[in-house]
Design a protein around this ligand. Structure first.
Ligand code: ATP
Length: 312
């Protein structure tokens, strides 16, 4: 009798921007406590998982050659976690993962984490596992602190290392322009630079998170724009001084405000509406301050099956 091979499953997964990112002082274990507000954006990756005799990861799209395809790829870590969870051999999963990158690599937009979240959702459909999103979130937190957020999407308050999430009421669709830099920035290096800046002086700190949550509840992008804050921005700008020029160019082009996204170097500009975002994007693209410009909106849902078997 012929075994039935399930169809490949494709999942679309969002990137994130941090509307607020407050970083605590370095702890004895080297980590920092974070208080952050994430928003999931329509700039996405697509991940296809399929049963295959030649297991592994393949990456296509912009900057694909900067992404490892071996066991350090976060998508492969997700394959191994879910294999272990479902009683399969984590060293020999007969699975192929194809990642189509739309999210900049090492861009502060959680691209690798997003691929891990997409793989968890795709594989649980491929293997027909009876798992809830909360089950997957527990596995996700083991892979990386941004993985649970890209699984749920929307807008959320994150604490701990960013993996403890509470959904946030958000009334509006916000329109963003994203400016990608020519090269990525390493997240650990940016945290290290923040520790150094803090040892030497007092780089600016984001204010309280409550006003950000109130602005999201009212849905006024102008109010939110005044409150965008990211403790990692000073460190990212210190490592990549050209970002100062990019941030200024976005605001001069008509954005309400600009912020470095997470650990950078992507700059995210909040705009009044979709038309304003298109105008800002066109002007910024001509300003010669970044590699590529994209428009995106948020919040959008987390990792979702778009082709193949049904999602959990
Ligand atoms: P974060 O915002 O979560 O700090 P990031 O968006 O700045 O992360 P990623 O795109 O996730 O950065 O990549 C960081 C590093 O992780 C890359 O330089 C790459 O070596 C590694 N990596 C592992 N898996 C992936 C993946 N699937 N996609 C992109 N990078 C990956």
């Amino acid at each position: 009798m012929l075994a039935v091979v399930p169809h490949p499953v494709t999942v679309r997964v969002p990137s994130k921007v941090n509307l607020h990112l407050a970083v605590g002082d370095v702890r004895p274990d080297g980590y920092h406590d974070l208080t952050t507000v994430f928003q999931a954006l329509s700039l996405t990756d697509e991940v296809t998982v399929a049963v295959a005799d030649e297991p592994g990861v393949e990456v296509v799209g912009e900057n694909a050659d900067a992404v490892p395809t071996g066991p350090s790829n976060l998508a492969w870590r997700a394959v191994q976690e879910l294999a272990r969870f479902s009683g399969r051999d984590p060293e020999e999963p007969r699975v192929r993962v194809v990642i189509r990158k739309g999210i900049p690599v090492a861009g502060g937009m959680a691209g690798g984490s997003a691929d891990a979240a997409a793989t968890l959702v795709g594989l649980s459909a491929l293997w027909r596992l009876e798992v809830t999103r909360d089950d997957l979130a527990r596995l996700a937190a083991r892979i990386g602190s941004d993985v649970p957020f890209t699984l749920y999407g929307g807008t959320a308050l994150g604490t701990g290392r960013g993996e403890q999430l509470v959904p946030v009421l958000s009334r509006h669709t916000y329109h963003w322009v994203l400016a990608f830099d020519r090269r990525g920035l390493s997240t650990p290096k940016v945290f290290g630079e923040l520790d150094r800046l803090r040892a030497e002086g007092a780089p600016p700190r984001a204010g309280a998170v409550e006003p950000v949550l109130e602005a999201l509840a009212t849905g006024d992008p102008r109010q939110l724009a005044l409150l965008l804050g990211n403790d990692l921005q000073a460190a990212a700008v210190s490592l990549r001084p050209g970002l100062r020029r990019t941030l200024r160019a976005g605001v001069n082009a008509g954005a309400l405000a600009g912020t470095v996204s997470g650990s950078g170097p992507t700059c995210a500009f909040l705009c009044a509406d979709e038309q304003a975002a298109l105008r800002v994007a066109a002007e910024l693209a001509g300003a010669g301050v970044c590699r590529t410009v994209r428009v995106a909106h948020g919040p959008v849902p987390g990792a979702r099956v778009i082709g193949g078997e049904d999602a959990p």
